[in-house]
Design a protein around this ligand. Structure first.
Ligand SMILES: [Zn+2]
Length: 114
């Protein structure tokens, strides 16, 4: 039997996290469950309007690894992205192709009605 935890019960735990940046791993840890179940919970939360799916792009430069930008859909990611950090560091290369970047999916918590 697959028991999906009640998402509203997660609210107090979620408030201890950064509500703007919730990873599947955070949810997995809170629920003490599997990654598969945590993903399912996140997807359910998106469908119910609790979470919004987000994608962040990380700089491919190993000595940088900064989160360069975040987007609310894969479609809105531009082809080339400038890394401010690499630019400030005076690196020759600071504009990267989106396909070079590491895309990390995370969620944003959408409800704050106390
Ligand atoms: Zn960089």
């Amino acid at each position: 039997m697959l028991l999906i935890p009640n998402i509203s019960n997660l609210e107090s735990s979620i408030k201890q996290l950064n509500p703007n940046r919730i990873y599947v791993e955070n949810i997995r840890a809170i629920l003490e469950t599997t990654t598969k179940m945590a993903k399912l919970v996140c997807r359910t939360a998106v469908n119910k309007g609790y979470f919004k799916e987000m994608y962040s792009l990380e700089c491919p430069n190993d000595s940088c690894n900064t989160v360069v930008a975040s987007y609310d859909s894969l479609k809105s990611i531009p082809k080339f992205i400038e890394c401010e950090n690499c630019k400030l560091d005076g690196r020759l290369k600071y504009i990267y192709g989106a396909d070079e970047m590491k895309v990390v999916k995370y969620y944003k918590y959408m409800r704050n009605d106390n």
